[in-house]
Design a protein around this ligand. Structure first.
Ligand SMILES: Nc1ncnc2c1ncn2[C@@H]1O[C@H](COP(=O)(O)OP(=O)(O)OP(=O)(O)O)[C@@H](O)[C@H]1O
Length: 981
């Protein structure tokens, strides 16, 4: 007769998530089970049915189909069905036939699974315990989020990322000079916040030309998958809100800023972080701000976190810069006059900071510091520092604390981070090469007439439709606009000697030319860039891709890729001004400025394409210019007036504001120009000295605090060198069914096996898998090799599945040991802390899921300290599943008792875990709050909302920690066997 009777309750061993099944009918060969909760019906062969009969025992709690609960005392059988006897919630005696058990009852908890005979493999249990251990360790590690990305450990970037990511809803301007890694900083901040659960969704808005580069950088360096949204993609997504279609949405500014409806959708989609690249384009004016500014202003009012990125914050003028600071913190930045007034005071603060090193000896230094501090705490630190009796150590500590306090309290340092080459160091030299060419007659005609005839300029502006001074600086544009003139019948590039000069340079192999080298050509206008490419092709047979703002994204990326290709790529790429902003071309060292940009910040942006982290050579800047032309005069203004080609200096905007108009009027007159150059130079020297003593100095000192940066780098290196990682990953891969093979040189190849569990990132059955390394330098050197770390998506996925799922939460094994007699039972119980708290609190930094192991023998003796997890593991042998089930069945009552006892043993550990977490939390947040409160008294850049949020975060964390409970996470039954048996 069949062991299955209709009405009996069974569960599927392999698919416990189906819920409680009911036997519909059974015969000696097959049985059909209905899983009502999941609306599935399955028929099994009775001899191999992967099913376990559900039988509850004394103390178990069960739920009836109509919702009430009972605690089981006993059971009896009637016609093959179990009737449970027990008490309901009021303590009244009751009965419940198994047919009336709730279909939705879940058996995923270790206790239920064990007692219903669902036993996992022993090595799964082993992996589960190890996973909990490492998860706990890495979740609260100070380098969380920084160890996984494929980056060089560059101090200023890690300092900024750490400082910003620890703030509640950070709102900052990342304003490092061009090419120092703002994208990387933003990526690091995002990565940490995502891993910490503080950000769940981010919107990244970047210039059209940079969408692909961002997409690639986020994937390649941070393993972050991004949804790139444009109009066609949005339409393809159909009815819903396209901004809801991914966790990280990347949108181009051109598209979003021009589309009010899409902006409304972006506003309606809930994001926690907004990132805006090349934010200097968000222009603000009193009489009306640009569409970009308005769009970002609306989004910034809704989204808690905001990162604005720009290397040239003042490119659109100081008012626009101030308006962008206002986006970050409207309360703090509402009065530009006050802001400017504060700036005047920065030199004193910077001087005070520098003076710290002159104490205790210098009385002047003491006076300089005294003049900028007014609180008692700082006074006390100053007294220690000035006290010749104090020990060196005391003075060092006081000096560091006072430096931090001064930096924290003054300036825009809290909202704006600006590192400069001067401060970071180690950047290549820039060399300027000019080539003076004769004006072609077509240009000369017009320019000479302009010099002679003052009224001709107006006429020319009307005739060409060009602006002043464009019409003077860009003679090719003027020529194109005058194409109806029979003398201008030829294409401009036919008559312009810069093309021939470029062709000669390209083939010049004398050492001073470009032969065999990559060359980036930048011209102001798109039409000029197109003409240069056409001229090179027609006159010299060169294929030079063009890169400008009016190309589609695909065309642009194709052009950049053709240029980047080392072996088959083309020698020259011709870019327009806007089209090339933000791009990475540091593999090339020759920059041709085909013409001059109009603003010093644009000049800096141009050089920044090559002068970036990763540039290995001195940068050769080539400028072909026409003798006695406005273009040459403009270049002299840059070069002689402000030394703009040798290094970024950050005062270009001030100079442009002061002299831009006068310069435009002097472009036809050498004498006038000479006067402007010398005035510019005088102002440049003064401004530079002022900035370097004041704001810039303060910003630099604040943008990287070396001691803290060094601590973060040490923390990352500690994880890099973690020997436990490869051991863990090997084990996990084996269990998840991924073959790993050492292929030498520190590389391993991961390949899915036929048994691989589905859904592992980067791996699909039947495909080749990928090559990976634990070595940072190797991963940096080879893009095709993935960096394996605790933060790699594959490792996190495996850990997450174990921690969040049931995998390995039960096991049974035999234990052979000469000194322990056979036939005895032990229970190895792993409890885990549970503490429900909103993700954004990032509770894991103080209290990650923490495991408590308890090992009991059948008499209830606690052997936890006597036999370690690894000690026990070494002597275990596996058992097949059906024998395991029988063994568990035969020891049900004993196991129940041990499970209950284990719970009380583990409970004893709880208070110290909770206390430890509370202490850690207090140590950090009390310190931060104290610092922030002190700061708020001096520096209005501390937002009230930030203070309030930190206070409520501390209260919420404390409440959450208090509710921590221990729950059984996993249990392994161990049966001893005689060594000879
Ligand atoms: N820590 C790092 N490790 C490896 N490469 C880096 C690192 N930081 C920056 N880079 C590389 O240096 C280049 C410049 O970095 P990034 O694009 O972030 O600079 P940026 O400050 O945003 O530049 P821009 O001002 O032009 O927008 C990029 O190619 C980037 O990949």
């Amino acid at each position: 007769m069949s062991e299955f009777s209709p009405g009996q309750r069974w569960i599927s061993d392999g698919e416990a998530e189906l819920g409680l099944g009911t036997v519909l009918n059974g015969d000696p060969r097959s049985v059909t089970i209905l899983f009502s909760a999941s609306q599935e019906t399955r028929t099994y062969n009775t001899r191999q049915a992967p099913l376990t009969r559900v039988a509850f025992g004394s103390g178990d709690r069960v739920i009836a189909a109509d919702g009430w609960q009972m605690t089981v005392d006993d059971s009896r059988e009637h016609q093959g069905l179990i009737i449970y006897l027990g008490k309901d919630a009021n303590g009244d005696a009751c009965e419940l036939p198994e047919t009336k058990l709730a279909d939705t009852m879940q058996f995923d908890q270790a206790r239920d699974r064990l007692l219903t005979g669902q036993v996992d493999r022993n090595d799964w249990f082993d992996l589960r315990f190890r996973t909990l251990h490492h998860y706990q360790r890495t979740e609260k590690h100070p380098a969380l989020g920084f160890a996984g990305p494929r980056i060089d450990l560059i101090p200023h970037q890690l300092y900024i990322a750490d400082e910003v990511a620890r703030r509640h809803a950070p709102r900052v301007l990342l304003a490092d000079e061009v090419g120092l890694g703002k994208t990387i900083e933003a990526g690091l901040i995002l990565h940490r916040l995502l891993l910490a659960g503080r950000v769940e969704r981010a919107l990244i808005v970047v210039p059209d030309s940079l969408t692909h580069q961002w997409l690639v950088e986020l994937l390649r360096r941070f393993s972050l998958s991004v949804t790139l949204l444009d109009e066609s993609q949005s339409q393809a997504l159909g009815e819903g809100n396209p901004f809801d279609s991914g966790q990280i949405i990347l949108a181009s500014q051109g598209w979003l800023f021009a589309n009010p409806n899409r902006q409304q959708q972006a506003l309606a989609s809930r994001f926690d972080l907004l990132v805006v690249d090349e934010a200097h384009h968000l222009d603000w004016r009193e009489d009306g701000s640009g569409a970009g500014y308005q769009c970002v202003e609306a989004l910034a009012a809704e989204i808690d976190g905001l990162l604005l990125l720009t290397a040239t914050p003042e490119q659109m003028g100081v008012e626009s810069h101030f308006a962008r600071l206002r986006l970050l913190d409207p309360e703090r930045y509402h009065d530009i006059a006050r802001f400017k007034e504060e700036e005047r005071h920065y030199a004193d603060v910077a001087a005070a900071i520098e003076a710290l090193d002159a104490l205790p000896e210098s009385a002047d230094a003491r006076a300089a510091i005294d003049a900028v501090i007014d609180d008692r705490e700082s006074q006390a630190l100053l007294a220690t520092l000035a006290n010749a009796e104090a020990s060196d150590e005391q003075r060092d500590t006081a000096r560091d604390q006072l430096r931090d306090a001064l930096l924290d309290r003054h300036g825009t340092g809290r909202v704006m981070f600006r590192n400069s080459r001067r401060h970071v160091g180690g950047f290549p030299e820039r060399r300027l090469h000019t080539a003076t060419l004769a004006l072609p007659s077509a240009y000369r005609r017009v320019l000479r007439r302009l010099e002679r005839d003052e009224d001709y300029l107006d006429e020319l502006l009307i005739e060409t439709g060009l602006d002043h001074p464009d019409v003077l600086i860009y003679p090719d544009a003027m020529y194109r606009e005058l194409s109806s003139d029979p003398l201008n019948a030829e294409d401009w590039w036919h008559v312009d000697p810069r093309i021939n000069w470029l062709l000669e340079q390209l083939s010049d192999d004398s050492g001073s030319g470009f032969a065999g080298e990559k060359v980036l050509v930048i011209a102001h206008h798109r039409e000029t860039a197109e003409g240069v490419a056409e001229g090179l092709r027609t006159l010299g047979g060169y294929h030079a891709p063009v890169f400008h703002e009016d190309l589609s994204l695909i065309e642009r990326d194709r052009a950049a890729a053709a240029f980047a290709d080392e072996e088959d790529g083309c020698q020259v790429l011709v870019c327009s001004e806007i089209g090339s902003e933000g791009r990475n071309f540091q593999f090339c060292r020759h920059l041709v400025m085909f013409d001059m940009p109009q603003h010093p910040d644009q000049l800096e942006q141009r050089i920044g394409r090559l002068d970036r982290i990763g540039q290995q050579h001195a940068i050769e800047i080539h400028v072909p210019q026409f003798e006695h032309s406005p273009g040459e005069r403009l270049m002299r203004w840059y070069h002689e007036g402000m030394d703009a080609f040798s290094a970024p200096h950050g005062v270009g905007s001030d100079l442009f504001e002061a002299f831009g108009d006068a310069l435009a009027d002097a472009l036809l007159d050498d004498e006038e120009l000479d006067a402007i150059i010398s005035e510019t130079h005088a102002m440049y020297t003064a401004k530079l000295a002022e900035r370097n003593a004041g704001r810039n100095r303060l910003l630099e000192l604040n943008a990287c605090r070396p001691a803290r940066a060094a601590r973060i780098i040490d923390a990352v290196r500690e994880l890099d060198a973690d020997k436990a990682l490869p051991r863990y990953v090997e084990r996990a891969l084996d269990i998840f069914g991924v073959d790993s093979k050492d292929i030498g040189e520190g590389l391993i190849h991961l390949k899915p096996s036929q048994q691989m569990l589905d859904g592992l990132p980067g791996l699909a059955k039947g495909e080749d898998g990928f090559t990976a390394t634990y070595n940072r330098d190797k991963a940096l050197a080879r893009d095709d090799v993935q960096p394996l770390s605790w933060e790699h998506p594959l490792v996190r996925e495996m850990m997450g599945r174990i921690v969040d799922g049931t995998m390995g939460n039960t096991a049974l094994a035999l234990f052979k040991h000469p000194s322990i007699p056979g036939g005895r039972l032990m229970a190895e119980l792993v409890f885990r802390t549970h503490c429900p708290a909103p993700k954004r609190l990032h509770l894991n930094r103080f209290l990650p899921p923490t495991a408590v192991r308890v090992l009991l023998d059948e008499s209830g003796a606690n052997l936890t300290d006597k036999i370690s997890f690894t000690g026990l593991g070494k002597n275990l042998q596996k058992v097949n599943k059906s024998l395991s089930r029988d063994l568990i069945k035969s020891r049900h009552d004993q196991l129940r008792g041990l499970l209950d006892q284990g719970e009380s043993e583990a409970e004893r550990e709880l208070s110290s875990i909770v206390e430890g977490a509370e202490t850690r939390m207090r140590a950090q947040l009390d310190g931060e709050l104290a610092r922030l409160n002190a700061l708020a008294e001096h520096n209005p850049a501390v937002r009230d909302a930030e203070l309030a949020a930190l206070e409520s975060e501390r209260a919420a964390l404390s409440d959450a920690i208090e509710t921590t409970r221990l729950r059984l996470d996993a249990v392994r039954v161990v049966i001893t066997v005689d060594t000879d048996g």
